[in-house]
Unconditional design. Structure first.
Length: 247
């Protein structure tokens, strides 16, 4: 007996709202407005809404009297990072808030390890070659069993995750520190692996912004095993302005 094909109902993905130009919203958690999660009977596309708005013209970059930005997401990091350069208290709070949202916010993938990444240093300075402002941002973490492959060393995918999130936070941080839009998505990540990192190693992740244009930005990341004084991996992260969702 032939079986009659059963039709499945599919809900069309929702279109993302139009993009708006401007600075990241002062509440970093509102930067991503996600649609409801996938259900068993329907397919759903996550839509990203950029709710960024420029700061009022009456607010100066060094307005210390402005209300601080709350750090959204899970428990904030344990210690305050060292800030160097022309970064106001309000901009510092915005950078920390965005970092906390990315590493300890609603996203669940690799959240246990992401929550252990601690921002320790943020430096903004003019590059000698062209005079443009760039950022050096440092994170630290301890190498745990949940980051390993079957041989007991850091998994390559974990290295790429570190490069992805840490360099992204550095690029957004530069945007916040220089009052520029920083609404970009990943275009390419090139990773080179240099040495293994065993469990228990103290990791230091150093990120440098390389370019920051209107359409594309880029950052370079180095992952160091401080315990054994070895360079583990390096990566270049290129990002671009997102395009509208096509149905």
């Amino acid at each position: 007996m032939e079986k009659t094909p059963r039709l499945l109902s599919v809900r069309h993905p929702r279109q993302a709202p139009p993009r708006q130009s401007g600075l990241l919203d002062e509440d970093p958690a509102r930067h991503y407005n996600l649609s409801p999660p996938l259900s068993q009977s329907h397919f759903t596309v996550y839509a990203c809404e950029n709710t960024m708005s420029p700061q009022p013209s009456s607010t100066t970059p060094h307005d210390s009297a402005a209300a601080p930005v709350e750090r959204s997401g899970g428990a904030p990091q344990k210690t305050e990072p060292r800030f160097v350069g022309d970064i106001s208290p309000k901009q510092r709070e915005a950078i920390l808030g965005f970092s906390n949202h990315i590493l300890r916010g609603p996203a669940t993938w690799a959240k246990d390890f992401g929550a252990r990444l601690e921002m320790t240093e943020v430096v903004v300075e003019a590059r000698a070659e062209d005079g443009k402002s760039h950022m050096r941002m440092v994170f630290e973490a301890e190498m745990g069993p949940d980051m390993c492959n079957v041989t007991g060393i850091m998994h390559g995918g974990c290295s790429m995750y570190i490069i992805d999130v840490c360099s992204s936070i550095a690029l957004v941080g530069l945007g916040r520190a220089t009052n520029k839009p920083a609404d970009y998505v990943s275009q390419a990540i090139t990773t080179t692996f240099h040495a293994p990192a065993p469990v228990g190693s103290k990791l230091k992740i150093i990120n440098y912004t390389v370019s920051f244009g209107k359409r594309t930005v880029a950052a370079r990341t180095e992952i160091w095993d401080v315990t054994h004084r070895r360079l583990i991996a390096t990566g270049i992260h290129n990002q671009m302005a997102p395009s509208a969702v096509k149905l």
